[in-house]
Design a protein around this ligand. Structure first.
Ligand SMILES: [Zn+2]
Length: 341
């Protein structure tokens, strides 16, 4: 079964981080981190609906200005998420420009900024272009199980890591795939129709197995009505498979608390994009800067049982030697021995 989205690191592993996730059946995309995004065409940027920023160190956030430049004057609402202090960061970036002619813009760009530091509340504020991006408070949103975004088809959950400041790691989770066995539908004598969408929705909404589903249709002779429970239909005509899960981890200290949080968030992910900034020889430098080495990245990938790992966010000191970081991360990921440190 094809996943509903496709991921692309915007730059090579030395470029400032940005992971672009495109939805295959909609003109929509989401982005993890706002590093160097110049390689994304305006067409791609204009598809963005939600952007998740791990933290606002410059290399993860300076793309905000380019995004603003491309989206200004467009009818767009962009949701941005980040760690504590993020709403102020957005306000200050927007405050760096002069906005005396925007009140007459027909198409309005609006930013909705969300800031989360763990727990079950998320602060929010609105920045509408026509009001010169003045900050307007919004009521807090509720966050369950770290889910910053929760839609029928996907969720984005986060955890807070120690990078000497709070830094968010994310997992994008596609909802389960619900496939209908066409031959079984025929065998049961049931027609195709809008009721199948209602059936899928009931599953995505987490209705229990006793939830009633009614199927109505009319053929040449008569009107038909049949009633089922959700559980019956699950057994007879559906195949439900788990959706794809993608982890995104950047700047973090390698310490037990961080590893534990990542394990909780990312267990069994299909793809793990993870920073591998330094060789393990330079573990001391990495720790001083609150970053991961390639070996530590590989160990984390193994610890969370990732199916595949993509190491990136390499320090520029390895510019001509990217392969040593890739090799090192891979070796730790594939290692059979128990982790020792
Ligand atoms: Zn950082």
């Amino acid at each position: 079964m094809k996943p509903i989205f496709q991921c692309q690191l915007v730059n090579d592993p030395f470029g400032d981080p940005a992971l672009y996730v495109e939805f295959l059946f909609q003109k929509r995309a989401i982005l993890f981190d706002l590093g160097d995004i110049h390689a994304l065409s305006p067409r791609k940027l204009l598809r963005l609906s939600h952007i998740f920023v791990s933290h606002t160190h410059m290399d993860h956030f300076y793309g905000f200005d380019y995004l603003l430049r491309v989206c200004l004057g467009r009818a767009m609402t962009l949701h941005l998420y980040g760690p504590p202090g993020f709403i102020d960061n957005i306000e200050h970036r927007l405050g760096g420009y002069t906005w005396n002619l925007v009140e007459n813009y027909v198409d309005e760009l609006v930013f909705i900024a969300h800031e989360w530091g763990g727990g079950n509340r998320m602060q929010r504020a609105r920045f509408p272009c026509r009001r010169a991006f003045d900050r307007e408070p919004l009521p807090d949103a509720e966050v369950l199980e770290g889910a910053l975004l929760d839609e029928h088809e996907l969720r984005v959950r986060a955890t807070v890591l120690d990078h000497k400041i709070p830094c968010l790691a994310f997992v994008l989770e596609e909802s389960q795939h619900i496939n209908i066995w066409k031959n079984r539908l025929e065998r049961e004598g049931l027609p195709k129709g809008p009721w199948l969408q209602a059936l899928k929705l009931a599953i995505l909404q987490g209705k229990d197995d006793n939830y009633p589903i009614e199927v109505n249709w009319r053929d040449a002779e008569e009107e038909h009505v049949r009633r089922f429970t959700l559980g019956e239909l699950k057994r007879s005509i559906l195949r439900i498979v788990p959706g794809m899960r993608i982890g995104y981890v950047v700047d973090a200290l390698y310490c037990p608390a961080n590893v534990l949080r990542l394990e909780k968030l990312l267990k069994g992910v299909d793809w793990l994009y993870i920073e591998a900034g330094f060789t393990h020889e330079e573990a001391e430098t990495a720790a001083r800067k609150y970053h991961l080495t390639a070996t530590q990245a590989g160990r984390i990938a193994r610890r969370v049982d990732a199916k595949r790992m993509v190491p990136f966010h390499f320090s520029s000191r390895y510019q001509d030697r990217a392969e040593i970081l890739v090799k090192e991360a891979k070796a730790a990921f594939m290692a059979i021995d128990k982790e020792t440190g």
